[in-house]
Design a protein around this ligand. Structure first.
Ligand code: NI
Length: 251
């Protein structure tokens, strides 16, 4: 089921059989000359929706939390970011809204490495709020929060290494661009050329340093290798891994 196109009665019925929801979480930041600004939000969304299409009875996909922590990309037009403190506050509000209806297991499918520290801090904040609040502490329902980075499944990593032994990179990667080309094939930018072919590597600081050290936005990648056909293969492996994991998580 997809929450944004469900009715409240659908969710009421869902809660009679499950307390679990999957929330894609990403970022709205530049992804180099041929990658979409929404790449990090689109990848977990595309994978989550594919998993849902395989087993609509087993997965409820929430709205995509599509803006994350991307201050270091602000040197590039179109990037939107939240401060870590704002993102934590927003994740607390999303979680507590869902908890009010009885959701107890939130599986956040993440698409952005720069979100990891803040997502984990948000989990700590949510648990701390519960720990400080003693109302109903003895018989209160449990809460389990989980973060999964979509590229981190062993089968996905294996496939990406096989598809891109050289120039996979760490930002605007060949695999993430492929996943979005699979999701939006009519918008793929196969004509774009890049120089150097493989982008430089380095460390990330603030927006000015990032734009200076990584002038076209990529880090270590050659996403001219990206294709919709590769993306389809990656999405199928990742979606099956998500489905297997969320079934265990919900049990
Ligand atoms: Ni990305």
């Amino acid at each position: 089921m997809l929450l944004p196109v469900s009715t409240w009665q659908d969710i009421d019925s869902w809660l009679k059989k499950s307390r679990t929801i999957l929330i894609p979480i990403g970022s709205m930041e530049q992804h180099g000359p041929n990658g979409f600004i929404g790449t990090d939000a689109l990848c977990p969304e595309i994978i989550a929706r594919h998993a849902e299409s395989l087993a609509p009875e087993d997965v409820l996909v929430g709205p995509t939390f599509s803006v994350g922590c991307a201050q270091h990309h602000l040197g590039f037009p179109g990037t939107i970011t939240m401060r870590p403190s704002t993102m934590i506050a927003a994740m607390v509000d999303w979680t507590e809204s869902l908890m009010r209806h009885g959701f107890q297991r939130l599986y956040w499918l993440n698409g952005h490495g720069g979100n990891i520290a803040t997502i984990e801090a948000a989990f700590s904040e949510i648990h701390a709020r519960r720990s400080f609040d003693l109302r109903g502490a003895d018989n209160r329902p449990g809460l389990t929060l989980k973060r999964r980075d979509w590229w981190d499944f062993s089968g996905v990593m294996r496939l990406c290494n096989e598809l891109y032994p050289v120039g996979h990179g760490s930002h605007a990667t060949a695999s993430e661009v492929s996943v979005t080309y699979y999701g939006y094939p009519d918008r793929a930018r196969y004509e774009v050329e890049m120089s150097p072919k493989i982008a430089p590597n380095g460390t990330i600081g603030d927006a000015v340093q990032y734009r200076r050290d990584f002038p076209d936005g990529r880090i270590g990648s050659d996403p001219t290798q990206s294709t919709a056909e590769h993306g389809e293969r990656i999405v199928k492996v990742a979606a099956q891994a998500v489905l297997d994991e969320i079934r265990r998580f919900a049990a």
